[in-house]
Design a protein around this ligand. Structure first.
Ligand code: 13P
Ligand code: SF4
Length: 375
């Protein structure tokens, strides 16, 4: 992170009205032209996502960063691991060479925009788990797969150990790839995405022990590890784990013809009985393609569901949980932080820069490129 004394301090931006912030954001965007690319994840609040040049799910956003050519600065309206991934992919050595040695600077408007799931697996814990697993099974038979919602160090670990990154939109194809390489998978940090995807591939829970990083051998017997096909890290998304099977039953009882549409970060009990499960883009596409009068109860982050409700008044859309399930860290990105970071770029100051260490980036690219080449 580099904040210089010439930069505008953040505090005064809190006092500005949304109208003022919007007009200043527009003006900064105009001044920066094609040297700036604002990427926005679907969970961002409406007032922020409106300013994104391109929106997408985690997979699409990583592809957009990988393909970016004109821009010199990416402002990422999303969370920390997404900005790290953008930095790694936009600054691959061949890309830097094409730009005559120039790096793309990646900015996360608020450094507090992290991901609680990503924080559930630290590299030291993953390395310790790998060593312990090596006492029971041959780790040459084990492909490490990290969900993109993880720190760059975990992606680098996968790169070094013949592994790969996945997103919610390509998890099945990635697991198929992983099983072509070796006979077992170590999947982190989201147990639910790992389990829901593996179940669809015919692997049963009996062969999917859960690895608790706080217990010896992850809390498993040697036999359970020895007979495993997929070892699941004990991590979860705090937003999606709020959705429950009872919410599904209650909607089906109350509303005739309702369909349940969920994200695969939801627990198995919900995923198993949903009509459709898929990434944020799949959720959006499913609603877009449906005829007027369709009825949905959707289990994913609140801002996306509310946006779908507004954009599709011809359909009946409900939020699956009676409770508020929103991603508090995605919500950290607001107009004030966006405006502050853009106006600093205009005067040549990069605030909140995300720059992955060279060695980590070098190995992360290996795992990310494997993912990008999986069809
Ligand atoms: P996708 O956009 O890849 O579906 O991911 C959802 C998510 O939780 C991002 O953090
Ligand atoms: Fe992380 Fe869940 Fe928020 Fe996605 S929705 S960024 S997985 S905490």
């Amino acid at each position: 992170m580099s904040i210089t004394i010439e930069s505008y301090p953040f505090a005064p931006y809190r006092e500005l009205s949304n109208a003022e912030l919007c007009s200043r954001i527009q003006s900064a965007k105009q001044q920066l032209g094609s040297s700036l690319l604002i990427l926005g994840h679907h969970y961002q609040q409406d007032e922020v996502i409106e300013h994104a040049d391109l929106k997408g799910d985690s997979y699409q956003l990583s592809k957009l960063a990988a393909e970016s050519s004109d821009c010199r600065t990416i402002v990422f309206c999303g969370v920390h691991f997404m900005a790290e991934t953008a930095d790694i992919l936009a600054n691959r050595p061949d890309r830097i060479a094409i730009r005559g040695g120039e790096r793309v600077r990646v900015v996360l408007p608020d450094m507090a925009a992290g991901c609680s799931m990503a924080d559930m697996a630290a590299i030291r814990q993953v390395e310790a788990a790998w060593d312990q697993l090596g006492d029971v099974i041959d780790t040459n038979d084990l492909t490490p797969v990290t969900y993109i919602n993880s720190a760059a160090s975990l992606k680098a670990f996968c790169g070094k150990h013949g592994g790969i990154v996945c997103t919610s939109s390509n998890a099945k194809a990635v697991l198929e790839w992983a099983f072509k390489q070796r006979k077992r998978v170590f999947f982190f940090p989201d147990q639910h995405l790992g389990r829901n995807t593996s179940l669809k591939m015919g692997i049963t829970n009996e062969f999917m022990p859960v690895w608790n990083p706080h217990e010896e051998m992850g809390g498993n017997s040697r036999d359970a590890i020895d007979s495993s096909k997929v070892i699941l890290w004990k991590g979860h998304c705090s937003v999606h784990q709020m959705f429950q099977a009872d919410h599904v039953h209650s909607f089906r009882k109350r509303i005739d013809g309702i369909k349940i549409l969920v994200h695969p970060e939801c627990p198995q009990e919900v995923n198993d009985i949903a009509d459709i499960s898929g990434s944020t883009s799949k959720i959006i596409e499913t609603v877009k393609q449906s005829p007027p009068g369709s009825k949905w109860a959707i289990g994913t982050e609140l801002h996306l569901v509310d946006r779908l409700k507004k954009e599709h008044p011809e359909q009946e859309i409900h939020f699956l949980s009676p409770l508020v399930c929103m991603c508090a860290t995605m919500y950290r990105i607001d107009l004030a932080h966006l405006c502050w970071s853009l106006e600093n770029i205009v005067v040549g100051t990069i605030v909140n820069e995300i720059k992955v260490k060279e060695e980590t980036a070098r190995w992360s690219v290996v795992a990310l490129e494997r993912m990008l080449s999986v069809k």
